[in-house]
Design a protein around this ligand. Structure first.
Ligand code: NBP
Length: 483
């Protein structure tokens, strides 16, 4: 019979998704530019299900049932354009091309328009979970048309991760919406990782704990609010000992964090939308700082002074335990703020592009399969179920109470770290955001007044409606300019 779906691009992600589909009972036509990869997949895993090896794209297209569905898993950028274009030349109206790579959402929107003009569906699907998730069940964020999802959705939902029997896959919205949500997911992942790293650093420098000792502390966090995949792998990494030197593994890994760019894309888009995502931005910049070797060398050589105050932690078991608990609470509060900001960005992008993104559904499909998977996401889904139009996640009563409970700890940790020269950019930026967003008034009044003085940018008043300008270089009289 004809195949249910085709997969083009059989590197780690494509071959594992093809295997996942086959293991779930689908007949999968597979093709890769270099035929060796197709042969290797069939030789190693051909017995896991029904595969149809295809030497060429026309062969692949000919082997598929209508409407034909082809999942493209090649390098993002030019390779994706080349493969999508070749497929489009051989497919027929109504057929569906799914780009499961890490495309930029604007590229996806462009490809979708281009294929739609030829009667074809392009579905940009964000797929998270890496190599293992692709095989055992990733979190899948498909965009594209309702019509395409009607055919494709059941297959993607079937191969996705499931939590409490619910698939970690849902139709996100038109054109680039799926890749956008995947991008913000990755941005939140950056923030989450940075916050955990800051907690580790504060415990290390504040209490003088070793990496394995902190590993034990972090393992203990897995049973509470912080229960998540990232916390779990942090405990594993911290417990690991380097075989060669016998030292804790983190102590032999170079302290320069790399990035592939989705965090940067998230921040770039947030800047365009004017949404403060300070947690994600600080996390992205912190990776950049860690990799700024010449600047770090120059600072070390200049002997830039720390002039620290000393840690104010009583050296008793109770004092140390209280400090650990402060760090745990600071981490949770900062994390909630970072997620709140990420969901604000989704709302703003959704409004800007007319995507109608359901934020509660995004949190639901991130509960399994992906890097930020965590039980905590249930609470976010519930918050958006209580109020689908929720303006601010940390204003939801449950989160407001949770962050409020931690706020004193949070301030102590940021203050102590700052007094002792330990950089906590994401902790501090999240706290500053919290204080800014809850403030009864902000010094933005002064900024707007400055703007009126040097640029006649006008201002509004607190006591009556209207838009005003003061004649700063003249008699300082005020005129109403909107009347
Ligand atoms: P890569 O991103 O390393 O891409 C390798 C694949 O692209 C190979 O199949 C290669 O064929 C094919 N390809 C290239 Br490169 N140029 C091509 C062209 N001009 N025409 C046809 N095929 C071409 O593979 P990956 O790591 O499996 O990732 C696939 C996609 O999934 C990427 O967009 C990635 O960003 C995304 N993603 C990856 C992960 C992850 O954990 N790795 C997670 C989530 C998403 P060849 O064999 O002939 O060279």
């Amino acid at each position: 019979g004809l195949a249910d779906i085709g997969v083009v691009g059989l590197a780690v992600m494509g071959s594992n998704l093809a295997r996942n589909l086959a293991r779930n009972g689908y007949t999968v036509a597979v093709h890769n530019r270099t035929p060796g990869r197709t042969r290797e997949l069939l030789a190693a895993h051909g017995d896991e299900g029904a595969f149809v090896a295809c030497a060429t794209v026309p062969d692949l297209v000919a082997s598929l049932a209508r409407p034909r569905t082809v999942l493209v898993m090649v390098k993002a950028g030019d390779a994706t354009d080349a493969v999508v274009e070749e497929l489009a030349r051989h497919l027929e109206p109504g057929d569906i091309v799914v780009d499961g790579g890490n495309a930029h959402f604007l590229d996806t929107a462009r490809r979708e328009r281009d294929l739609a003009a030829r009667g074809l569906h392009l579905v940009g699907a964000g797929i998270s979970g890496g190599e293992e998730g692709a095989l055992t069940g990733p979190s899948i964020m498909p965009g594209g048309s309702e019509e395409a999802y009607a055919t494709l959705g059941p297959m993607l939902e079937r191969i996705s991760a499931h939590v409490d029997g619910v698939p970690c896959c849902t139709h996100i919205g038109p054109d680039g919406a799926g890749h956008y949500v995947k991008m913000v997911h990755n941005g939140i992942e950056y923030a989450d990782m940075q916050l955990i790293a800051e907690a580790y650093d504060v415990l290390r420098q504040g209490l003088g704990l070793s990496a394995p000792e902190i590993g034990e502390v972090v393992a203990g966090w897995s049973t509470g609010d912080l229960d998540s995949y990232l916390v779990e792998i942090t405990a594993q990494v911290l417990a690991h000992v380097d075989a060669e030197t016998g030292r804790p593994f983190v102590d032999v890994v170079a302290d320069a964090a790399e990035q592939k760019g989705t965090g940067r894309w998230t921040v770039q888009s947030a800047l365009d939308l004017g949404v403060p995502v300070t947690g994600i931005a600080e996390a992205t910049f912190a990776r950049a700082l860690s990799g700024s070797a010449p600047q770090r060398a120059a600072a070390r050589e200049a002997g830039l002074a720390a002039r620290t105050a000393g840690w104010d932690v009583p050296d008793t078991p109770e004092g140390r335990a209280a400090f650990v608990e402060d760090v745990r609470r600071a981490l949770y509060a900062s994390k909630v703020v970072a997620y709140s900001q990420g969901f604000d960005q989704l709302a703003a992008a959704s409004a800007e592009h007319g995507w109608d993104i359901d934020r509660g559904a995004c949190a639901r499909i991130w509960r399994g399969g992906c890097i930020i998977r965590a039980r905590f996401l249930d609470r976010i889904t519930q918050a958006y179920e209580r109020d689908p139009e929720l303006e601010l996640l940390i204003a939801d009563p449950v989160f407001a109470a949770a962050v409020g409970d931690g706020v004193a700890s949070w301030r102590r940790v940021v203050a102590q770290a700052t007094l002792n020269g330990v950089p906590v950019p994401a902790f501090a930026a999240s706290l500053a955001y919290y204080d800014g967003v809850r403030a009864a008034s902000l010094p933005a009044s002064l900024i707007q007044a400055q703007r009126d003085l040097f640029g006649a940018h006008t201002y509004r008043r607190t006591d009556r409606p209207g838009v005003f300008h003061t004649e700063w270089s003249g008699d300082r009289s005020e005129t109403r300019v909107d009347a």
